[in-house]
Design a protein around this ligand. Sequence first.
Ligand SMILES: [Zn+2]
Length: 138
Amino acid sequence: MEHSNFTQILSWTAVILLSTSYWFQIWKIHVHKEVRDLSMTYHILLALGFGILAYTAWLEGSTIFLVKQIATTIPVCIIIFQIIVHKEDRWHDDSDPYCNKCNAELELLWNSCPFCGEEKSEEQKQILYNAILKKNNE
Ligand SMILES: [Zn+2]
């Protein structure tokens, strides 16, 4: 009895860990808007696989497996939705400076704007140095 309780706790812990993991990816996409590196095929196959297993878990009456499949299918579907929504978006970070000439968002490591050629101002370059300093101090 005790052994099976322990196994149950372990299994539910794994379900929580697995279903939570996808929300970290969702949050990253939400913050940075960059989805070009994410494979749509991979996420569609995951969603289909999880979805089918949710159905078979329901047929077999396995509560833990059903919860696990639903809790992973939902976030994977959200990622698919995010890939569609952010398909045309570029990398975004709140700390990134904007070009003084054309107002495009500039990534930290860029010295000049790739859209209009304007060089970053000294103040904007300072943001990069501060970010590097901050990272080195962590
Ligand atoms: Zn520019």
